[in-house]
Ligand binder design. Structure first.
Ligand code: AMP
Ligand code: MN
Ligand code: MN
Length: 324
């Protein structure tokens, strides 16, 4: 299906002749990695000079994706002709500076920075992977192969919580079905790699994190955290905390879940907010310099601020909105 909004981006990339970096956001998830990898394989097929970059290592649960091993760690001294910021609202979300003559953004976050008329930003898309699918299919649907489709499927599946989050609509299922039937994606293979390969340390860490949960605001807000000491004790990585916040959200009566990760090396408390019902957590995170979507958003606080103050700031801001 040809969509005219995609034509400028297709033409721009088709005619682009320089060094391209596909950049994934820090704390990479399945959408930023799946989307960048789909673009990577496709652009290589089209003879483009393209690299992948991310500040953080690719988490173990995404390492099965072909090409994940090709990521270079950012920052790099290398200067690129074009940096494509994938699944992030601005180049700042890469977490480190990158040198480029030109930027382009392929994303589904609202707001943020705009770089050129060929940016592809669809705030209603459930995942950047869907935007990437339309870009590639408008360019050359026959060049999409099983590997590329698997990367797209991974982005779609992870950002929709495996097809159950509120951003899951009929079109998500239609696209998933097309990726399976036309391009040969194996959904079980993807799910098994992402969800069934937990290291034991992750479960031990989860046990501590679950223990930290407390309810605030008459049971409407759940607070959960992970301290750097716990990670060090277990030899755990930041990626081991992926989706922990969903346990806090899952509690009956909870409308907003707060998860706070102490990242000593970076000197920050990394905050993840999730909601169910009608609460927009992106607005809360925007107050603290972050952002995201209605049901999933994030922000950071400096480590100098005591944890209880961080929690109080968040609780106050949440209470202010929607009369929780
Ligand atoms: P996370 O809690 O890190 O899984 O992020 C949830 C959502 O919020 C994702 O869409 C992120 O891209 C977005 N997000 C997380 N942290 C930030 C931040 N510091 N600034 C802007 N958006 C963020
Ligand atoms: Mn993401
Ligand atoms: Mn996304």
């Amino acid at each position: 299906m040809l969509v005219k909004e995609y034509v400028p981006a297709v033409e721009f990339l088709k005619n682009f002749d320089g060094k391209i970096l596909l950049a994934s956001h820090e704390n990479p998830d399945g959408d930023t990695v799946g989307s960048a990898l789909a673009l990577y394989h496709f652009l290589k097929k089209k003879g483009k000079n393209v690299k992948l970059g991310c500040k953080d290592p690719i988490p173990y649960f995404l390492a099965f994706l072909p090409g994940a091993e090709d990521y270079i760690q950012l920052p790099t001294e290398e200067e690129f002709d074009l940096v494509v910021v994938v699944d992030a609202s601005s180049v700042d979300r890469l977490g480190v500076p990158v040198k480029a003559k030109q930027f382009m953004r392929i994303d589904h976050h609202k707001g943020g920075d705009f770089y050129c008329e060929c940016d592809l930003i669809e705030v209603d898309a459930p995942a950047t992977a869907k935007v990437v699918y339309y870009l590639l299919s408008n360019w050359d649907a026959d060049a999409i192969d099983e590997t590329i489709a698997t990367c797209i499927f991974t982005g779609l599946a992870t950002d929709t919580g495996f097809f159950i989050n509120p951003n899951t609509d009929g079109e998500v299922f239609q696209l998933a079905s097309l990726l399976v039937d036309k391009y040969g994606v194996n959904p079980h293979y993807v799910a098994e790699n992402i969800r069934e390969r937990n290291p034991l340390r992750r479960l031990k860490l989860l046990s501590k994190a679950l223990d930290s949960i407390r309810l605030e605001n008459h049971g409407k807000v759940a607070v959960m955290y992970v301290l750097q000491d716990w990670l060090d004790e277990l030899g755990a990585q930041y990626a081991d905390t992926e989706s922990f916040v969903n346990y806090a959200r899952s509690i009956d009566g909870v409308e907003v879940a707060i998860f706070i990760l102490e990242k000593a090396k970076e000197g920050v408390w990394k905050v993840s907010l999730r909601s169910k019902g009608n609460f927009d957590v992106s607005v809360v995170c925007e107050q603290f310099g972050g952002g995201g979507h209605k049901y999933a958003a994030g922000c950071k606080f400096p480590l100098e601020k005591p944890l209880e103050e961080v929690i109080n700031d968040l609780l106050k801001e949440i209470e202010k909105r929607n009369n929780l």
